[in-house]
Design a protein around this ligand. Structure first.
Ligand code: ATP
Ligand code: MG
Length: 259
C-alpha cells in the first residue's frame, strides 16, 4: 500500500449525558494508506459513528488526534466527505441540482452541469438528471448522495452504513458499484457497517472494535483480489474470522473453531 493518508492517534471520546460521563472510544490508533479501503465493524453503540465524525472533523476527540495528509483535522474539510445511511437529498431539487450542490458556489453553472453529468453517469443514473428524489428508489437516492459527495473530488470518503436501509439485492448491487467507483476514482474510503459480508467484499482491511468503549480488538487484512466471489471458501474463511471476534470475550482472542 501507498503513503499514510490518515492517521488516527490514540483517540478517546467521553460524552456527558445528564452530568454522567460516558466513555465511548478508548485509545483508538489506526493508520490508513492512500487509496486504501478500510471497514469498521463492531456492536451497536460501540462508537463507530462517533469515530467517523471525529475523522470528518464534525466532532472533537477528548484525547488524541487525527491527521489527514499530515495536517491535523480541526473541522470539516472539502477533502473529506461523509455518506450516511439515509441519502439526505434536498426534495425540492432535481438530481442534477442535488449532485451539483456538492460543489463550491464559485464554480460556474456550465462547469457545474458538466461535472454533475460525469458523476451522474458514474453512479449509473444517466437519464434521471431532471428527476426529483421522491421519483427515485431508495438505492437510486443513495447513488445521488454518493455522486454529490464525489463531485468535489474529496480524497477521503467516509461511509456510515450507507446501504443499511436497502433491500438485500439492491445492497449487493450498490456494493459492486462502490467497488467499481473506488477502483475508477482511487479514493481512500472508510466504511462503517454491520454487514460482515459487505466488509469482506469491499475491504483491504477490517477493523473490529470491542464493545463500548470501543477499542481496536483486531485488524484483519483481506488478502483477496477483486471482484470477490461470495461463494468462495476463502471468502467464507474471512467472514468466519471476523464473526469469531464477536463470540469471544478475550481481547485479541482468535480461537481455533469455526461458527
Ligand atoms: N452527541 C452525543 N452526545 C451524547 N452521547 C452521544 C452522542 N453521540 C453518540 N453518543 C453516545 O455514544 C455512544 C456511541 O454512539 P455511536 O453512534 O458512535 O455508536 P455506533 O457504534 O455508531 O452505533 P450503531 O451501530 O448503533 O450506529 C452511544 O452510547 C451514544 O449514546
Ligand atoms: Mg452508528
Amino acid at each position: 500500500m501507498g503513503n499514510i493518508a490518515l492517521s488516527i492517534q490514540d483517540v478517546s471520546k467521553v460524552f456527558t449525558i445528564n452530568k454522567q460521563d460516558l466513555k465511548v472510544l478508548n485509545n483508538i490508533s489506526l493508520d490508513v494508506s492512500d487509496g486504501e479501503f478500510v471497514s469498521i465493524v463492531g456492536a451497536s453503540g460501540c462508537g463507530k459513528s462517533t469515530l467517523l465524525r471525529i475523522v470528518a472533523g464534525l466532532e472533537t476527540a477528548t484525547n488524541g488526534s487525527v491527521e489527514f495528509n499530515g495536517e491535523k483535522v480541526t473541522g470539516p474539510s472539502s477533502n473529506c466527505k461523509m455518506i450516511f445511511q439515509e441519502s439526505r437529498l434536498f426534495p425540492w431539487l432535481d438530481v442534477e441540482s442535488n449532485v451539483g450542490f456538492g460543489l463550491d458556489r464559485s464554480v460556474s453553472k456550465d462547469e457545474k452541469r458538466k461535472k454533475a453529468a460525469h458523476y451522474i453517469d458514474l453512479v449509473g443514473l444517466k437519464g434521471f438528471e431532471k428527476a426529483h428524489p421522491k421519483q427515485l428508489s431508495g438505492g437510486m437516492q443513495q447513488r445521488v448522495s454518493i455522486a454529490r459527495s464525489l463531485i468535489s473530488d474529496p480524497r477521503l470518503v467516509l461511509l456510515d452504513e450507507p446501504f443499511g436501509a436497502l433491500d438485500a439485492l439492491t445492497k449487493i448491487h450498490m456494493q459492486h458499484e462502490i467497488q467499481r467507483i473506488r477502483q475508477q476514482e482511487k479514493k481512500t474510503m472508510i466504511l462503517v457497517t454491520h454487514d460482515i459480508d459487505e466488509a469482506v467484499y469491499l475491504s483491504d482491511r477490517i477493523v473490529v472494535l470491542s464493545e463500548r468503549p470501543g477499542s481496536v480488538r483486531q485488524i484483519v487484512s483481506v488478502d483477496l483480489g477483486h471482484p470477490r466471489d461470495r461463494g468462495d471458501d476463502s471468502f467464507t474463511y474471512y467472514k468466519n474470522k471476523i464473526l469469531r471476534q464477536f463470540f469471544t470475550k478475550e481481547k485479541g482472542a482468535d480461537p481455533d473453531y469455526v461458527i
